[in-house]
Design a protein around this ligand. Sequence first.
Ligand code: GDP
Length: 532
Amino acid sequence: MERLSISLQEELRQEVARRRTFAIISHPDAGKTTLTEKLLLYGGAIRLAGTVKGRKAAKFATSDWMEIEKQRGISVTSSVMQFDYKGHRVNILDTPGHQDFSEDTYRTLTAADSAVMLIDCAKGVEAQTKKLFQVCRKRGIPIFTFINKLDREGRDPFDLLEEIENVLGIRSVPMNWPIGMGKQFCGVYDRVKTRVELFDHAGDHSEIRVREVSGFEDPIIREIAGDHLADQLRDEMALIDVAGDPFDLDKVLAGELTPVFFGSAINNFGVQTFLENFLRLAPAPTPRNSTDGLIEPTNESFSGYVFKIQANMNPAHRDRLAFLRIVSGKFERGMSVRHVRAGKDIKLSQPQQFLAQDRDIIDTAYPGDIVGLFDPGIFRIGDSLCRTGRTLEFNELPTFSPELFSKVSIKNALKQKQFLKGIDQLTEEGTIQVFKTAGFEELVLGVVGQLQFEVLDYRMKHEYGVEIQLQRLPFQFARWLVGDKIDPSKFRINSQLVKDKKDNFVALFENEYAMRTAMEKNPDLQFLETAP
Ligand code: GDP
């Protein structure tokens, strides 16, 4: 027995150390799909859960559920991709990059141990990147930056770094530096390896081409780039050496400093260098907080939590998949685990990943991995699973403050029962938040992204047989009120008071001004962004 347990310990240590689980955060069009595809090319992709996006969505042509995705040409659901590279096992969590992202996007970030922030060099820090960054920030995970599309004219690199620092509030350290840009772009100076990685406007960059140099003042750079660009590089690097932040791994790991890489994903330029540095610097699967304290990944006792539920991937079976992030121990097909909330033991007999469209059954998985569990309706977002005999629960899944609101009603009053059942189940899944107006008992729904309304409409029709009517309300903010004396009359101007499922008072505001006024008028109340 003893020997067995030692070898499991060692197995876990090795498997954890070689894993990297991350998400790419970016604004639509920055090149996330392109970068993801290039990364997958470096390692033979072993598993693709869901789709990479767009073009690939065609593979789901048989699935009704993917209708919305096809119509809009975007990925509704986050998915997971796994590949091996030089001994590492890499899990990429895909987050929908479209405006219509949802709480799923945010939640997926809780399953990541680090993030790659992808920025278009012509556009800089954009709205969606900012939002996703804030979520990563709250968790304190390390963030690696890839500035993309250097083959096109973009903004001055200093400008971009300054924007990252000012808008996002994170320090940055360039790991390489562009020599020219757009038509003039001839490569990057690699500060880590003191070499120049050469860009060839006509080449395919399937192999890295480099020139070793002694430093950024090496005359070889003049040969490569000409006097003008060599002078510019020398001045810029000298400035960075003096005025820039030094590289500091502790700060990177604490999420206070982001290493920045320049490249061009579509040309496969700088991607391999980025990947190798990322694998070297990014953390292996990290511990998670639970009711039993911090759970280390090398803890032999199996545990994990459900961060996402995907419904009806295959309408013929009407089943759902619960995505489980493994936190500790070894996952084995057929194992019995404790479903803590349900208070019972269950057997995980059908864990799945996807290899393109076909389901691929996996036998073992380790901390940092994501497995899709066949869900006959027993899982909810946030559920914890652990070794039988234990009862620990993770508290990784924050709820997010809704930003879009609609009144919802049914077209056919006779369907009231199915309607309420549907709303009830979808709220439990975490798809939407539901509120009641005081007095009229009307239902108001709150979501993070517009797409969630469309998905709701679709699912109510197809899963519950109910046609609903949604009427958008002008509110933008929800604040949970905590305090003794809540006076509804003070929430009448550009705002509305509603109650959540647990009868907490929630004030909805049309704008920040209305919210601030209400706060001033009610100094005794607390205004919380999420339910207390
Ligand atoms: P996503 O919306 O972030 O997934 O972006 P895509 O990967 O779909 O890329 C958006 C557009 O940018 C596509 O037309 C890509 O071909 C293009 N693109 C991606 N990377 C680069 C790059 O390095 N240089 C240039 N010029 N275009 C790029």
